[in-house]
Design a protein around this ligand. Structure first.
Ligand code: DGY
Length: 317
């Protein structure tokens, strides 16, 4: 029986599934392992079922025992793992695509709604009490007829586009390549980031974090947006330069932001915490019972497929 280390607590049914297939070490208290502890705990194991909170950088990967042949990441994103370093050590890295598309797109739409319709301020006012209805109380931005720019038209971007279209938004997108007409569903393709940003009344960031996309939304590119644009991010915090975004909020170049992901989670830039126009969530993209169950089961299946065949369809390196 193969031995695996599961670095974070999973839903019970998923831990039971893993236990039925592997000799698994679980993290009973859901403690955040330091890199040192993770290396220590993985001794004698054949694989690791990791989470996005595990920083598997080159230094950590280089110290993993030789017995580790696979890191099965419990996420579609894998920015927490140095893929090259893993490859050099002959370690396969896998992810959990598809199963979290719907749940993450739901949060993507919530960010658009929350930021445009001033949900943070509304919730605070309702909780404080003493408010009186008035014709100009917390006037927000209506989505109907507004242009939505999707940066990264993968599975999640396409699902957000579908829902946003049903709300009357006009969809534009930028991607490495143009999609087929069937996948575009009437969305307008822009070859460059600049072209997309210049028509984005609302921007939805849906692309993975990579060397090419880190800090892609920065001091210079923010200026391409129309004045008073709304920026939302359901992908990864690394794509946005926080200081530049907070400055843009302060000078009303950006009307509001809707964020679920941050650089250096959970220690997000305090500028967002204080800002009334920031609608912020604690990385809830895939947080539904159905989706977290499907993700964990897929992470277990990826391990099983790899140990049985030496390969895995969800290999990313
Ligand atoms: C992912 O899988 O990358 C999501 O961000 C997890 O919530």
């Amino acid at each position: 029986m193969k031995k695996i280390l599961v670095t974070r607590k999973l839903l019970r049914s998923c831990e039971e599934k893993a236990q039925g297939i592997f000799k698994a070490t679980f993290n009973l208290n859901d403690e955040l392992y330091s890199q040192k502890k993770l290396i220590e705990m993985s001794k004698g194991c054949d694989g690791i079922l990791s989470a996005l909170t595990d920083k598997l950088d080159a230094n950590t990967i280089n110290q993993l025992p030789d017995s580790i042949k696979i890191i099965s990441n419990f996420a579609v994103g894998f920015g927490n793992i140095d893929l090259e370093a893993a490859k050099k050590r002959g370690i396969t890295v896998t992810n959990t695509p598809d199963v979290l598309t719907d749940a993450t797109a739901e949060i993507g739409v919530l960010l658009i709604l929350g930021a445009c319709r001033r949900a943070s301020e509304g919730i605070e006012k309702a909780r404080e009490g003493g408010w009186v209805w008035s014709a100009d109380l917390l006037i927000g931005k209506q989505l109907t007829g507004t242009r939505l720019g999707i940066l990264g038209m993968g599975r999640i971007g396409q699902k957000i586009a579908k829902v946003a279209k049903s709300l009357g938004m006009i969809i534009h997108y930028h991607n490495r390549s143009k999609l087929s007409e069937e996948k575009e569903q009437g969305a307008v393709y822009h070859k460059t980031l600049k072209d997309l940003l210049s028509v984005s009344d609302v921007l939805s960031i849906c692309c993975p974090a990579s060397k090419e996309t880190i800090d892609m939304i920065n001091k210079d590119t923010i200026e391409y947006l129309p004045k008073g644009a709304v920026v939302t991010n359901v992908a990864r915090g690394d794509i946005v330069e926080d200081e530049a975004m907070i400055d843009a909020l302060n000078r009303r170049k950006v009307y509001a932001v809707g964020l679920d992901v941050y650089k250096n989670e959970p220690n997000l830039n305090t500028g967002y915490l204080k800002h009334p126009s920031a609608f912020i969530l604690p990385h809830l993209g895939s947080a539904t019972k159905e989706t977290r169950t499907a993700m964990a089961n897929l992470a277990v299946d990826n391990l099983e497929e790899f140990f049985n065949t030496g390969n895995c369809k969800n290999k990313v390196n």
